[in-house]
Design a protein. Structure first.
Length: 325
């Protein structure tokens, strides 16, 4: 990866943060072979100029919550206002404008069946500018969640990756239940995944030692992971698209696992609906996207149909900061 704005060290730092977003700058600096001050300075520049955010994210699957992919066809002049209204909801995680600005894609994670019904049967159908609604249940994630796209970077050596990778989460033993203090901690980390323990103490009312202990427990159990949000355009990946794949059921697992290995794929999951696999891809340009579709997707056995929709603009990715005029 190259970019006129960001150099190889910036890309190595992004990959390091994707591996462990809460790793101290001193540990990252030691692995990257630079000073603590250099890492801190590069982090601030990525934050200011590239939209870098490190955020804590609750894992819906570990918490027994169902994720939904909403596909909304809107009147052209209403798509962006509707997207921004959805982005302000705490139960939406990812929103993009596609198809010439007339379609919205939104991943929602309602906490309860009642919340889901209120959104799909109450609020959205009563919005006159929404012309069509499709709600697809996310059945299985092949790539995404704790596995962020920047972890696929090639800037770090295998030894450096090992040095920065945190201990693996414990195997799932059932649904994890959060208490009020866990909820406050996750909310605080959702605003800043690198918040210090004194800051977490102020935000949650927990002592520093309790905040540290609970955070370690949440991460080890898999209830919480730390993710990276960054504008891929800034590092030369300017052709973004979503793919709806119809795959032979017997090949669904194999195709999904193959997608997870593709460097272009930022997210891939099995869904309900007329197509049964959804993917988000990041390419350098339209020529790269064409090669990806014709060579990599075209080579996958079991793929019967592919619908490709270029994305125009991402409205929300984990965190949402509305620009005010």
């Amino acid at each position: 990866m190259d970019s006129p704005s960001f150099d190889e060290l910036d890309l190595r730092l992004l990959q390091a943060l994707q591996l462990d977003g809460r790793a101290p700058f001193s540990r990252i600096a030691a692995v990257l072979g630079v000073s603590d001050q250099t890492v801190a300075r590069r982090f601030r520049r990525l934050y200011a100029d590239g939209g870098l955010r490190v955020v804590g994210v609750a894992d819906a699957g570990r918490l027994g919550r169902t994720s939904w992919l909403l596909r909304l066809r809107c009147a052209p002049d209403a798509a962006e206002p509707i997207a921004k209204a959805l982005a302000r909801r705490p139960d939406t995680k990812w929103i993009e404008l596609t198809s010439g600005g007339t379609e919205l894609l939104c991943v929602a994670e309602p906490r309860t069946r009642d919340d889901h019904a209120a959104l799909l049967l109450g609020k959205l159908p009563r919005t006159p500018s929404i012309l069509e609604i499709s709600a697809l249940c996310l059945l299985h994630t092949f790539y995404g969640g704790p596995l962020g796209w920047f972890a696929k970077g090639e800037g770090l050596t295998p030894a450096e990756v090992d040095a920065l990778t945190p201990p693996p989460v414990e195997p799932s033993t059932g649904v994890i239940t959060l208490d009020a203090e866990d909820e406050r901690l996750i909310e605080a980390l959702g605003r800043d995944g690198r918040a210090t323990y004194p800051e977490l103490q102020q935000l949650t009312g927990l002592s520093e030692s309790a905040a540290k202990r609970r955070l370690e427990q949440l991460r080890h159990s898999g209830a919480l992971f730390i993710d990276v949000q960054f504008d891929a355009d800034q590092i030369g990946y300017r052709a973004h698209a979503v793919l709806w794949l119809t795959v032979r059921p017997s090949a669904l697992s194999a195709v999904g696992q193959a997608l997870a290995e593709h460097t272009e794929v930022a997210f891939a999951c099995a869904t309900t609906g007329s197509s049964n696999l959804f993917a988000v891809v990041l390419c350098r340009d339209t020529a790269h996207l064409y090669r990806y579709l014709s060579e990599k997707i075209g080579a996958l056995d079991g793929v019967r149909h592919v619908e490709t929709a270029p994305t125009l603009r991402r409205i929300k990715s984990l965190a949402y900061e509305e620009r005010r005029r």
